[in-house]
Write a protein of this length. Structure first.
Length: 375
């Protein structure tokens, strides 16, 4: 009778029947994966909460922006007069400036309404004639067909247009409410924001006060630096666009410059969109030659903004790579529309500055003074 073969001997270091060890790379990837999932869930929950209270979040953000702009003026005036008087004078002056600019724009549009209508009608006719000529050779019936189709769509969706207008009126009420709340917050942030921040830090556990104070100080310095810088970019772009359009004789130079001012708060894509609107206005009112000059203006201002102004802004706040800025703007726009595109870059800059500031002074104490945090 033959003897049975000997059972296989397990390799040294591994008991019989044990599973093979998990590779270290896979263990590390799994450890990071569940942490990333946990962070993603927290971020998702935070955005869900902010979505439910988005008006309050937008109002607080705008209040911080107004505080970052007006607080240096209030601090300067407070050296000569009591602080409540300085804050009141600063905000009254700011409101007067804003209302004055809006009044100027309204008067410009109202004063040239008749002439603008005539210019735009003739400009549209001129564009149609250019498109009918070589190299486009578009048949005249195409334009008549487009006009008739637009009329049919408007007449068939009249109720939708009316309901959209009514919803726009309710949205205007929401905007006014948010602006009023933002101004209310900004007044108190400017007057006593440092005391409010010290009170918040005092409510935290003693072990966390130092780190929170350091994080708040870094966040506020970055936010104010970015706000001042982007305001400089917006004013510079608006002045350059306004002077160029005025020199070219393009109508609505002041409103278009104001549009460029607000568009500059959306980095990378805001200014080209506003200048594209200016190019369309120039094409309809002054012809293709002036429109080409405006397109060249888009390129020149884009170069100035991208290579001079934005690097200056990022040096004031935090240096962010252009790819990070672009991804932040697109991601913010996808998540929350125009508001998300505006908020995304300062939010990323603040988070990065806090990340850089915390390891430097992990044991910072409580007494960081009035400038330790927001606002």
């Amino acid at each position: 009778m033959s003897t049975p073969p000997d059972p296989p001997v397990p390799p040294p270091g591994r008991p019989c029947g044990a599973e093979p060890p998990v590779p270290r790379v896979l263990r590390t990837a799994a450890a990071y994966a569940w942490r990333i999932l946990a962070v993603g869930l927290v971020v998702r929950a935070a955005f869900s909460v902010l979505g439910d209270f988005h008006r309050i979040a937008v109002a607080v953000f705008l209040g911080l922006v107004v505080t970052a702009v007006l607080r240096p003026v209030a601090d300067l005036l407070a050296r000569a007069v009591p602080r409540p008087v300085a804050v009141a004078a600063t905000f009254v002056g700011g409101v007067i400036v804003v209302l004055g600019v809006l009044t100027l724009v309204g008067e410009t549009v109202a004063g040239r309404r008749t002439g603008l209508e005539r210019e735009f009608v003739s400009g549209v006719d001129r564009i149609e004639r250019h498109l009918e000529e070589p190299p486009f050779r578009i048949a005249p019936d195409v334009f008549e067909d487009v006009q008739s189709r637009i009329g049919q769509v408007l007449s068939s969706h009249r109720s939708t247009v009316i309901s959209t207008a009514l919803s726009g009126a309710s949205r205007l009420l929401d905007v006014l409410t948010v602006l009023a709340l933002a101004l209310f917050c900004a007044v108190f942030f400017t007057h006593s924001g440092d005391r409010q921040w010290r009170w918040v830090c005092a409510q935290l556990p003693a072990a966390a006060r130092g780190r929170v104070a350091v994080a708040g100080g870094a966040a506020w310095r970055t936010f104010t630096g970015y706000t001042h810088g982007i305001l400089l970019v917006a004013v510079t772009n608006a002045v350059l666009v306004g002077l160029a359009l005025f020199a070219l004789g393009v109508p609505l130079a002041v409103p278009l410059a104001l549009l460029e001012f607000f568009a500059a708060f959306v980095p990378l894509i805001g200014s080209p969109i506003a200048l594209a609107v200016a190019a369309v206005v120039a094409l309809a009112s002054k012809g293709p030659l002036i429109a080409l000059v405006v397109v060249a203006l888009i390129v020149v201002i884009g170069q100035i903004e991208g290579h001079v102004l934005h690097p200056l802004v990022m040096s004031w706040a935090v240096r962010l790579h252009p790819v990070v800025v672009a991804l932040s703007v697109v991601g913010g726009a996808v998540a929350a529309g125009v508001i998300g595109a505006v908020v995304a870059v300062p939010l990323v800059a603040v988070v990065w500055s806090v990340h850089r500031a915390l390891p430097r002074r992990p044991d910072a104490g409580e007494g960081l003074g009035a400038h330790a945090g927001a606002p």
